[in-house]
Design a protein around this ligand. Structure first.
Ligand code: GLN
Length: 480
C-alpha cells in the first residue's frame, strides 16, 4: 500500500527511482481512491481511459535514465486546459461535447516529462465563481468537510489533490481561482507573475489576468511544477521573454526580511477567526526574525470594483466566439440571429450571462469612458502603488480569503457576497505580481486557515523561500 496521504512529488520521485513502486502502481493507487471517492466529491468530470498506458510510458524513462522529478507523477487538470483529443468543457453546457484539437503548451510540457494526466476536473462555468457551484455539471464538495464548498473556480483540482485523488494539480487564476480553493482545501496555491506561464491552449476568461497556476501539498511541490512551466512561449503574445524576466527579477536586490501588512484593507467582511489566525501567523513570523511593517495601499481598496469591470468586459468579448457556429453547442433556428440566441441561451448558465451583460454594458458607447476606461486607470494606480510598496518591503501579506469554507448552497443567490471572497486576491492579479497561498492552521471546527504573500514581478523564488520558512515555523501542511 502506498501512503498517499503523506506523499509529495519529491518523495514519490525518490520511491519511483528506487523501484519501491512503479508509475503504474502509483497511478493505480490514485485510480482506486478516485473510484471510491469521486462520486461523493465530484472533483473529476472525467477520468481518462489511457492513464495506465501513460504510466507505462513514463516507466520507460526510469529504465532509460531520462526520468525527471515529474515523470510518472499523477496530475489533475482543470477543465479549461486543452488536451488534444479530449473533451474540454470549461464547466459549461455550451462546450459539453467539444474536443480539443491541440495541446495547451503547459500540457505539452507535462507530457514531455512523462507526467500522468488522470483526468479533467470540475470548475465554475468559464472560471466564474469562488465555490465551483456555477458548473453546469454539479457542485464539487470539499474533502475536508463534504457539506462545504472547495472554493473556486478551480475547486475540482483542489478537491482532487486534497482528497488524495491526485498528487499534483493545475488550475487557472483570473482573480484568486487557485489561491482561494487552495485556502479552502488546506493546500498551497501559487499564482505566478502574469506572463510567466504560457496561456496558449487555455480557454480565456480575462486575457489580461489569466494565468495557469499550480496547486501542491507543500511549497516545494508548487515550485517543481512552476519551474517546469515557467518559460517564454512564442505562441502566447503575452508571454514575457527570458531576458526581460531576468532584468525584472534582478532589479529587486532585497534582503527579503520585511513584510508589509495593509491593515486598512481588513474592513468589514473579514471573519474574526480569520483575522485572529492571521495575527497569530504574523506573531510567528515576527518571532522568526521578520520585520512587520504597516503599509498603505490606498487604491487597492478599489481592486474588486476595478476587477468586476475589467473582467466582465474581457469575458463578454471572449465568450462572443461561442455562437453556435464555430464551437460547441448549436441549436437550429430559422435565421442566423435565432441560431445565436438559441445556442447561447441554452448553452450559458446564469453567472456567465450576468457577466456577458455587465461586460457589454461597460464597453458600450456612452459608458465606455465612465466604466471601462476608469477601471483601467485604477488598475494602473494599483499596479504602481504595489510596485512602490516593494521599494519599502519585500513581501505583502494578507489572509488568502476573508472567510472560511462555507456551506454548499450559501451565497449562490447573492453574487456580491460571492464576489467579496476575492477581496484579498484581486490586487495581485490586477498588478500582475506573483502570490502564494499557504496553509496556516485550523479553526476549532477543523476548517483550514490560509495566508498569502505577494512578491515583486518574477520573484516567485522569494515566495518559495518564505513559504518554506513558514512551513518550518509551524508544521502547517495538511494531509487529510
Ligand atoms: N472568483 C473569481 C470570479 O468569480 C474567480 C475568477 C478566477 O480566478 N477564475 O471572477
Amino acid at each position: 500500500m502506498i501512503d498517499l496521504k503523506n506523499l509529495t512529488i519529491e518523495k514519490a520521485h525518490e520511491a519511483l527511482q528506487k523501484g519501491e513502486f512503479t508509475c503504474k502502481e502509483l497511478a493505480e493507487a490514485y485510480l482506486k481512491i478516485i473510484a471510491e471517492r469521486n462520486k461523493e466529491i465530484n472533483a473529476y468530470l472525467e477520468i481518462y481511459d489511457d492513464v495506465l498506458s501513460q504510466a507505462e510510458e513514463a516507466q520507460k524513462k526510469f529504465t532509460d535514465g531520462t526520468a525527471t522529478t515529474l515523470t510518472g507523477i499523477p496530475f489533475a487538470i482543470k477543465d479549461n486546459i486543452l488536451i488534444k483529443g479530449h473533451t474540454v468543457s470549461a464547466g459549461s453546457k455550451i462546450l459539453e461535447n467539444y474536443k480539443a484539437v491541440y495541446d495547451a503548451t503547459v500540457i505539452k510540457d507535462l507530457k514531455k516529462v512523462g507526467a500522468v494526466l488522470l483526468g479533467r476536473t470540475n470548475m465554475d462555468e468559464f472560471a466564474m465563481g469562488s465555490s465551483t457551484q456555477t458548473s453546469a455539471f454539479g457542485v464539487t464538495h470539499n474533502p475536508i468537510d463534504s457539506s462545504r464548498v472547495p472554493g473556486g473556480s478551480s475547486g475540482g483540482s483542489a478537491a482532487a489533490l486534497a482528497g488524495d485523488m491526485a498528487l499534483a494539480a493545475l488550475g487557472t487564476e483570473t482573480c484568486g481561482s487557485v489561491r482561494e480553493p487552495a485556502a479552502f482545501c488546506g493546500l498551497v496555491g501559487l499564482k505566478p507573475t502574469y506572463g510567466a506561464v504560457s496561456r496558449q491552449g487555455i480557454i480565456a476568461m480575462g486575457n489580461s489576468l489569466d494565468q495557469v497556476s499550480p496547486f501542491g501539498k507543500c511549497v516545494r511541490d508548487t515550485e517543481i511544477i512552476f519551474n517546469l512551466l515557467s518559460k517564454y512561449d512564442k505562441e502566447d503574445s503575452t508571454s514575457v521573454p527570458d531576458e526581460l524576466r531576468k532584468l525584472k527579477a534582478k532589479s529587486n536586490k532585497l534582503k527579503a526580511a520585511r513584510i508589509g501588512v495593509p491593515w486598512h484593507l481588513f474592513k468589514e467582511g473579514v471573519d474574526a477567526e480569520v483575522e485572529e489566525n492571521f495575527k497569530q501567523s504574523l506573531e510567528k513570523l515576527k518571532n522568526a526574525g521578520y520585520e512587520i511593517i504597516d503599509i498603505e495601499l490606498p487604491y487597492s481598496k478599489y481592486s474588486l470594483a476595478a476587477y468586476y469591470i475589467i473582467m466582465p468586459a474581457e469575458v463578454s468579448t471572449n465568450l462572443s466566439r461561442f455562437d453556435g457556429i464555430r464551437y460547441g453547442l448549436s441549436e437550429p433556428g430559422d435565421n442566423l440571429m435565432e441560431v445565436y440566441m438559441r445556442s447561447r441561451g441554452k448553452g450559458f448558465g446564469k453567472e456567465a450571462r450576468r457577466r456577458i451583460l455587465l461586460g457589454a454594458y461597460v464597453l458600450s458607447h456612452g459608458y465606455y469612458d465612465a466604466y471601462y476606461n476608469k477601471a483601467i486607470k485604477v488598475r494602473e494606480k494599483i499596479r504602481e502603488e504595489i510596485m512602490h510598496a516593494f521599494e519599502k518591503v519585500d513581501y505583502i501579506l494578507t489572509p488568502t480569503a476573508p472567510i472560511l469554507p462555507f456551506k454548499i448552497g450559501e451565497k449562490l443567490d447573492n453574487p456580491v457576497a460571492m464576489y467579496l471572497c476575492d477581496i484579498f486576491s484581486a490586487p495581485a492579479n490586477l498588478a500582475g505580481v506573483p502570490s502564494i497561498a499557504l496553509p496556516s492552521g485550523f479553526s476549532s471546527t477543523g476548517l483550514p486557515f490560509s495566508i498569502q504573500f505577494m512578491a515583486p514581478h518574477f520573484r516567485e523564488d522569494m515566495l518559495f523561500n518564505i513559504g518554506k520558512k513558514f512551513e518550518e515555523i509551524k508544521e502547517n501542511r495538511i494531509m487529510l
